[in-house]
Design a protein around this ligand. Structure first.
Ligand code: BG6
Length: 489
C-alpha cells in the first residue's frame, strides 16, 4: 500500500499480553517480523497484563507460546534477540491513576508508540483515559482496537466515542484480520490489475457470487464470549462484509487508505436492508448439534463445556445479500459461514452468466457458466473454470469443462503464507491505515447486521440444528435453490 509520511513506531505496548490473541498471534507475528528483519533494531515490546510476574517468568511463558504456536523450528539467535526486546509491566487496567507506572518503563526518547488493545472492548475507554492521565499519548502514537467493537450499532458508538476522546481518527486502527490475508489483498490486484476482470465485473456479465467462510473448529473453550455474540456478530458483521465490499466496490482512484475505504463504505451502505418482512426468505440461522468430524464424534453447541442448555445463539449463518446500485442490481451475493463444518475452507466463487447462444449443444445441452474461484484459505489460489475442446480427432468438437488453476504455493515456490497479523502489525508500525476499518464502515456494517438480528429476535425462533461435520442446515440449501442455484461444494 502507499507509503505515508508517519514516523515508524519503535514501542509496541500490548494490553492483555497474556491473553489468547497475544500468545497465539501477536507475539508470534512480532517474532516472525524479527526473523525476517522487518522489526527495527531499537524496537521494544512492552507487555502489559494484570498478573504479577517478573520479566523472567513472563519471558519464559512467551518462549513456550512461541514454540507452541509457530510450526517451524525457532531460530535460536533471532529468538534471543526477540525476547530481549520484551519488557513486562503489571497493571490494573481500570485504575486510571496507575498508568504512571507504565510511563516509567516507556522510553522518553522521541518516536511513535503503538498501543494494542487486546482486551475486552468494554475497557478500551478506561485504558485510553489512563494513558491520557499519565500523559502517554502523543500525536504520532497509534491505537489498535480488536473486534468486536461493540455488540450493536449503539454500543459500538459508545466505545468509539470513548476512544476518540483521546485519539484522533488518523491514530485509530480498527483491526479486521481478514484484511491482512494475502488472498483478500489479492482481490484488489485481481480486479484492478487485470483488464479481463475489470471490464466484466458487473451485472451484465456476472450471475451471482458465493462467499463461504467455513471452519471445522467449534467454540474452543470460549463458549461464554461466543454465546453473547454468535456467528452474525463474530464473522458476518466484520469479516464477511469486508470481503464482500472488496469484491463489489467501485475501482478506487488510488490505493490510499481513504480512497479504498470510501469505496468499501459505499457498498456496505448500498446493501438492501433485511427486515422482519423478508428475514425468513433471505437468511438462515443454524446451530450445530452432536456429530462427527473426520470420523471422530464431537459434541453439539449445547453440549460444549460451560454451555447453557437453552441457548438460541447461532453458529451458522447463510444470507442472500443484495446490493442496490447500478453495478450489482439483480446480482445476489450468497454468504455462508459456520463453525463445525466439514473442513476449514474459505472461498469466493464468482459465477459468470451463461452464453446467450449455444453452438455446442451436441456436447452440452446447457453450457456451464465460467466460474472464478478465489481460494482464500487453505491452499490459497485462483481458479477459472472454463470450457475446452477435448483434444484429438476422434473427439471431433466434443467439449468439456476444465480449470486454469493458479496455486500460490506452486507458483511462488512454497513461500510461507504470511499470517495476517504480521502484515497488519507492520502496517501499524509504518503508520498506514489502508488495511484497517474506518469508524463509518464499522457503523454501516452494524446498521445492516442489527436489522437482521432484530428481525431474528422478533420471530423468536430457535436456530435450525445441523450435525457437526455437515455444511449447515438443510434450509441453507433451499435458500439458494429457490433461485435455481446451488452452493459450490
Ligand atoms: C475471529 C473469530 O475473528 O476469526 C473466530 O472471532 C474465528 O471465531 C476466526 O474462528 C477465524 O479466523 P481465520 O483467520 O482462522 O479464518
Amino acid at each position: 500500500m502507499k507509503n505515508i509520511d508517519y514516523p515508524l513506531a519503535n514501542e509496541i505496548v500490548i494490553f492483555g499480553a497474556l491473553g489468547d490473541l497475544s500468545r497465539r498471534k501477536l507475539l508470534p507475528s512480532l517474532y516472525q517480523l524479527e526473523l525476517t528483519g522487518l522489526l527495527n533494531e531499537n524496537t521494544r515490546i512492552i507487555a502489559v497484563a494484570r498478573n504479577d510476574l517478573t520479566l523472567e517468568q513472563f519471558t519464559k511463558q512467551i518462549d513456550e507460546s512461541l514454540n507452541e504456536f509457530i510450526s517451524e523450528a525457532l531460530d535460536a539467535e533471532k529468538l534471543s534477540k526477540f525476547l530481549a526486546k520484551l519488557v513486562y509491566q503489571q497493571l490494573d487496567f481500570k485504575d486510571v491513576k496507575s498508568y504512571s507506572k507504565l510511563g516509567k518503563v516507556l522510553s522518553t526518547v522521541q518516536g511513535a508508540r503503538v498501543y494494542y488493545y487486546s482486551t475486552p472492548p468494554a475497557i478500551y475507554g478506561d485504558i485510553s483515559q489512563g494513558l491520557k492521565t499519565a500523559k502517554l499519548i502523543n500525536d504520532a502514537d497509534r491505537v489498535v482496537m480488536e473486534k468486536p467493537i461493540g455488540h450493536c450499532l449503539e454500543s459500538s458508538k459508545v466505545i468509539n466515542d470513548q476512544v476518540s476522546r483521546y485519539f484522533k481518527e488518523n491514530q485509530i486502527y480498527r483491526i479486521d484480520h481478514y484484511l491482512g490475508k494475502e488472498t483478500v489483498l489479492n482481490l484488489l490486484v485481481l480486479r484492478f490489475a487485470n483488464t479481463l476482470f475489470t471490464n466484466n465485473w458487473d451485472r451484465n456479465c456476472i450471475d451471482h457470487v458465493q462467499i463461504t467462510v467455513a471452519e471445522s473448529v467449534g467454540i474452543e473453550g470460549r463458549w461464554g464470549f461466543y454465546d453473547e455474540a454468535g456467528q452474525m456478530r463474530d464473522m458476518v458483521q466484520n469479516h464477511l462484509l469486508q470481503v464482500l465490499s472488496l469484491v463489489a466496490m467501485e475501482p478506487p482512484a488510488e490505493l490510499s487508505a481513504d480512497c479504498v475505504r470510501d469505496e468499501k463504505l459505499k457498498v456496505i451502505r448500498a446493501l438492501k436492508p433485511i427486515t422482519r418482512q423478508n428475514v425468513k426468505e433471505k437468511t438462515v440461522r443454524g446451530q450445530y448439534a452432536d456429530g462427527y468430524l473426520n470420523g471422530v464424534s464431537v459434541p453439539g453447541y449445547l453440549n460444549e463445556e460451560g454451555a447453557k442448555a437453552n441457548s438460541k445463539t447461532e453458529t451458522f449463518v447463510a444470507i442472500k445479500a443484495e446490493i442496490d446500485n447500478w453495478r450489482w442490481a439483480g446480482v445476489p451475493f450468497y454468504l455462508r459461514t459456520g463453525k463445525r463444518m466439514p473442513q476449514k475452507h474459505s472461498e469466493i466463487v464468482v459465477h459468470f452468466k451463461q452464453q446467450a447462444h449455444n453452438i455446442f449443444s451436441e456436447s452440452y445441452a446447457n453450457l456451464p457458466c465460467n466460474k472464478l474461484t478465489i481460494r482464500l484459505q487453505p491452499d490459497e489460489g485462483v481458479e477459472l473454470d472454463m470450457m475446452n475442446k477435448i483434444p484429438g480427432i476422434a473427439s471431433q468438437m466434443q467439449i468439456h469443462e476444465n480449470k486454469l488453476d493458479l496455486s500460490f504455493s506452486q507458483a511462488y515456490d512454497n513461500q510461507r503464507v504470511v499470517d495476517a497479523y504480521e502484515r497488519l502489525l507492520l502496517e501499524v508500525i509504518k503508520g498506514d491505515q489502508s488495511l484497517f476499518v474506518r469508524r463509518d464502515e464499522v457503523e454501516a456494517a452494524w446498521e445492516w447486521a442489527d436489522s437482521i438480528i432484530d428481525a431474528w429476535q422478533s420471530t423468536n425462533e430457535a436456530p435450525k440444528p445441523y450435525a457437526a461435520g455437515s455444511w449447515g442446515p438443510v434450509s441453507s440449501i433451499s435458500l439458494i435453490a429457490r433461485d435455481d442455484r446451488h452452493w459450490v461444494e
